[in-house]
Design a protein around this ligand. Structure first.
Ligand code: BGC
Length: 763
């Protein structure tokens, strides 16, 4: 056993790991529950308002409705809608979601402010996930840019657009770590790595919220889904999550903590049951960790109906019980379960739920409304002129193109790219090349359908008459409807023949293949992550006709591209790049932009390797390779097809051997990168470490630094990283952050596999 000295950097005492504190009765009083968590700093205005509120009004603040009628039309006649309308009017609703025009926001706000007894304004939430009117690339794609400034700007633009239509709160960023490509929601996050994920979480929160929350062009952000939703078993959405405490502390929680440190105003819990307790009812997560240890002073909204879902989980007996469990656990606002509205007043009345719990939740909600400036001006975000001007902002469109280019990852290039601008006889094949909708991705509720620049449109200025298009096999249903996109197993071969004949008479064949935007996202899990339908079959036949194929892959997740990698000379990962997708793809194909993106998620060789991620632990067999008894598959190498951090360029880079200089708290690491090709480029220099022996085993590689540097052809750049306690420590299973002396490996390179380095001893 090693005898290392332990440095306790942050000693946090947690008596029970993940306690299930179901008791809201005698066993634990509300005061105890709340004082375990940080008291939110309040002020006289909020306190005096709180003092005036009835229990129904408090529960009202804790209730969120989705848009349910035309707020500028007549009073709804339908009795359910009428009831909701009356609820908004009488202060029984604190927030609305899915309302997306100034006209509607203004009308609803007026209803609340001018009719309710206390005139408390509503807060308007919306899923502003990647752009609002102008779609930016899906979040996973943006993460491939590793360009934190561009990511921040993209979020800031989304905030500008959304706030211009009356929205003041986004349900983003999703900071769930995603390691399972079968799970359709990986498209919405920052990828597989907690370090990169934390940096991205910070950039997005700062982008949405800016420096001043009461500025009408910024909006409140929401870190979701707290916590562990990305570990959904089998990659099937909404499924159980069952993983250990070390993973919770070291992988799942860091991006959420980064969001808190960046000042995020709200959190959303989730649909998942984690180790037997649905996270919506998890007091340890929401009160002990989030509001307690981390000092989070905003509020937690449930996920859609997730309070009610605790009944189906088998955790709550009924909705009344669910309301009790959720409020005790620290879920402050009920999104669409109606459990708080229907049951909390009576639960308070009968002393099952203490009023102090409601006060804590309401104080938090009112505080965020105050920070947004809503008490000074409930219509702060209602500016019709700004709404009209923003809808056509050229600046936002230009920024969307900029980040779209940066998000593209060149996966393979056998000297076929970039294409010559004088190319003639270019075939463009694939239904996704013509689509003006697919690249808008999933979660683009504010974006008008069919507004993306298609690949064909993007190529037009370069190719004009030299381009001929054939659709090939079907990938999505022609109507491009939201629900129809679910069908991904198209088996009609009829388009292949014409595509092959076009390929035969062309010099270059650009095939756009992959997933439509609606084939990933919430509820879109897949067991087969190859190109959907008959697209691979079509590629096989095209290859027989013409070897010069450039494959442009559009997807919301890593796809299995093993056959393609072996058989196609150039592969460009183009995700779903938003409104400017076609422009960005064309610029990359013709070399007007030199690709610089790097994978934020491992691309597996096949679905059997999933979950596939680089930050694995070593098995007891270590690196040993034996005939049989070593940790491996009999039918496939352990290594991925394309590793985390991987991405090619039209130039080449040479890395010097890193210089590692130990310091008192860690080490300083320098590397010089030279652009050895003849075009300028940008390279993401990556630094990984391995803590060789620790009191809790550490992954074989952990990203602990990266820098994206522009290097002119023939030029060099020296990058220096500092490794200190923030990079070298980890959480043990009691939640203590430790930096343990001993040997650390340091590895630097262009991706997680092609690294060079050395080691140092931390004394
Ligand atoms: C999703 C959330 C989203 C909410 C509101 C839920 O289905 O899980 O991420 O914010 O809907 O649209």
């Amino acid at each position: 056993m090693k005898t290392k000295l332990l440095f306790l950097l942050a000693l946090i005492s947690i008596s029970l790991i993940c306690c299930n504190k179901q008791m809201s009765d005698a066993a634990q009083t509300a005061t105890e529950i709340i004082t375990e968590s940080t008291e939110v700093e309040s002020n006289d205005f909020i306190e005096s308002l709180l003092a005036k509120m009835t229990v129904e009004e408090k529960v009202g603040q804790m209730t969120q409705y989705t848009g349910f009628f035309d707020p500028t039309g007549p009073v709804p006649k339908d009795s359910g809608q009428k009831e909701k309308y009356e609820a908004v009017k009488s202060g029984k609703v604190g927030s609305m979601l899915n309302v997306k025009t100034v006209k509607d926001v203004r009308a609803l706000q007026k209803l609340a402010v001018e009719n309710s007894r206390l005139g408390i304004p509503l807060i308007f939430g919306f899923d502003v996930i990647h752009g609002h009117k102008i779609a930016a690339p899906i979040p996973l794609a943006e993460s491939a840019s590793w360009d934190l400034e561009a990511i921040k700007k993209s979020a800031a633009n989304a905030a500008k657009e959304a706030s211009a239509v009356g929205i003041n709160w986004t349900f983003a960023p999703m900071v769930d770590i995603g390691r399972d490509a079968r799970w359709g929601r990986v498209m919405e996050g920052g990828g597989e790595d907690p370090y990169l994920g934390s940096k991205i979480a910070t950039a997005r929160v700062k982008g949405f919220q800016g420096d001043d929350l009461s500025d009408p062009t910024t909006i409140a952000a929401c870190a979701k889904h707290f916590a562990g939703y990305g570990y959904t078993e089998d990659g099937r959405d909404y499924n159980t999550t069952d993983f250990g405490i070390s993973t919770m502390y070291n992988v799942v929680l860091p991006p959420f903590k980064a969001a808190v440190d960046a000042g995020v105003q709200t959190f959303m819990n989730g649909f998942n049951d984690w180790n037997g307790i649905p996270v919506t009812g998890n007091e340890w997560l929401q009160r002990d960790i989030l509001k307690g240890q981390w000092g989070f002073d905003g509020f937690v909204v449930s996920d859609w109906g997730s309070i009610g879902e605790m009944v189906a989980h088998g955790y709550a007996e009924d909705n009344e019980h669910a309301a009790e469990l959720a409020v005790v656990a620290g879920s402050d606002m009920d999104m669409e379960a109606y459990a708080y509205q229907n049951f909390l007043p009576a639960l308070v009345d009968s002393n099952v739920v203490d009023m102090a719990l409601l006060d804590d939740a309401v104080r938090r909600i009112l505080t965020v409304k105050q920070r947004l400036g809503l008490f000074d001006d409930p219509y702060l975000y209602c500016d019709e002129e700004r709404e009209a001007a923003m809808a056509v902002s050229q600046e936002v469109k230009d920024d969307a193109l900029d980040i779209a280019k940066k998000s593209i990852v060149l996966l393979k290039n056998d000297d076929i790219l970039p294409l010559s601008k004088s190319a003639t006889r270019v075939a463009v094949i694939g239904q996704l090349a013509e689509s003006k909708n697919a690249a808008l991705g999933s979660w683009r509720l504010g974006v008008e359908d069919n507004t993306a620049v298609s690949v064909i449109e993007g190529l037009e200025p370069y190719l004009g008459k030299n381009m001929t298009y054939q659709r090939g096999v079907e990938v999505y249903n022609g109507t491009e409807g939201f629900v129809n996109e679910l069908n991904i197993n198209f088996d009609d071969e009829s388009g292949i023949r014409e595509a092959v004949s076009l390929a035969r008479s062309s010099d270059i064949v650009i095939v756009v293949a992959g997933e439509h935007g609606y084939q990933s996202g919430e509820g879109r899990s897949r067991t087969d992550i190859r190109l959907p339908g008959l697209q691979r079959e079509m590629l096989k036949q095209l290859k027989e006709a013409n070897e010069n194929i450039v494959l442009v892959v559009t997807s919301g997740r890593p796809l299995e591209l093993s056959w393609e990698d072996e058989n196609i000379p150039a592969i460009v990962q183009a995700w779903q790049l938003g409104t400017r997708a076609g422009d960005a793809i064309a610029e990359v194909l013709f070399g007007d932009y030199n690709p610089s993106g790097k994978l934020p998620m491992t691309f597996p060789r096949n679905v059997g390797q999933v979950p596939a991620y680089y930050g694995v632990k070593s098995t007891g067999r270590g690196d040993a390779i034996d005939l049989v008894f070593w940790s491996h598959y009999s039918d496939m190498p352990n290594s991925p097809l394309y590793p985390f951090g991987y991405g090619l360029s039209y130039t080449t880079y040479e890395y010097s051997k890193p210089t590692i200089t130990p310091t008192t708290s860690g080490a300083s690491v320098s590397v010089t990168v030279t652009n050895t090709g003849n075009v300028d480029g940008e390279e993401v220099v990556q630094l990984y470490i391995r803590d060789k022996a620790a009191s809790v085993t550490r992954p074989v590689k952990e990203l602990k630094g990266f820098e994206k540097v522009a290097i002119k052809a023939g030029g060099s750049q020296t990058v220096t990283f500092t490794l200190g306690s923030e990079e070298l420590g980890f959480f043990n299973n009691d939640g203590e952050y430790l930096v343990e002396p001993g040997e650390f490996d340091v590895m630097v390179g262009p991706n997680c596999m092609d690294t060079e380095g050395g080691s140092f001893i931390l004394k």
